[in-house]
Design a protein around this ligand. Sequence first.
Ligand code: GTP
Ligand code: MG
Length: 310
Amino acid sequence: MKFLESLAQQFAGKPIDWDELEEGLIRADLGVPITTRIIKTLQEREAWSVLGIGDAIKAVRDEIAQILPIEPTLIRQAKGKPTVILIVGVNGTGKTTSTAKLARYLGSARFQPAVRGILPRTRSARQDAERCTKDACAPRVMLAAADTFRAAAIEQLGVWAERLGVEMIRGQYGADPAALCYEAYQTAVKHEIDWLLCDTAGRQHTKTNLMAELQKVKRALGKLDPNAPQETLLVVDATTGGNALSQAREFHNALGLTGLIVTKLDGSGKGGIVVAIQDELGIPTRFVGTGENIDDFAPFDRQKYIENLV
Ligand SMILES: Nc1nc2c(ncn2[C@@H]2O[C@H](COP(=O)(O)OP(=O)(O)OP(=O)(O)O)[C@@H](O)[C@H]2O)c(=O)[nH]1
Ligand SMILES: [Mg+2]
């Protein structure tokens, strides 16, 4: 981060330029409230002018660590089958790609909760999982192509489904995504699917009619299982910076989000939005996307994230 380089120079004798530091933190997409807090913490330190850069980095990291949850945020498998994950977000953030990545991740999971970020709910399920060999007991994943709006969206997910060897439920373009997800759930029950992932169309968070469409999808799934969808994950693009916070606000308001997938961390985005969104809305980041390939995906790792950010 550039701001830490400038901080290092400033600590080498010259008084700190607080304005520049503030600007640096905001440029990292940490947002105003967190930036203000960090600056206040540093300013309140006694004899700050003799602090080394190491202390400054530590102060920033500590502040961020206090915001992010310590426990890994686990996607829990529902008691009854299937566990439904609804994938939402504005246009082009990486929803469809992340749906495929998640399908691969969940479908190939062997149950090592600490490592893989998935926790079977019951003791017997954990024992079953321990007995499983990878292929014989790999969880079954199904996709629902609920983006019936954008041209070629269904085929795009279809290509992934084929590559991954998973089933996909598709409808006609223009079909009601709520009806499609409803049907997909019923099919998933019939086929004893473990995870149903619903990829939805991109939409601007400011369009109330489109947000209402997603609420309808949630209601439709809720009719079949009051707990479904168990997860509603917002996909945000790290390169969009602070705008991701307003997206999260609106989607959370409409749907009650359970987590984030932050994509394109391999790009110019600093990823500070993870902290800003957790701080303001209490929404944890579950997964991160770091490239266009299927394996450029991992559960969110707090420690690693903080080290990379600062
Ligand atoms: N570099 C990089 N590119 C990504 C990542 N995730 C997705 N992409 C790319 O972003 C572009 C859009 O991805 P999609 O998955 O189609 O995005 P979407 O949100 O489904 O788009 P819409 O359905 O049109 O709203 C594609 O070119 C992806 O390859 C990531 O983590 N890193
Ligand atoms: Mg898509």
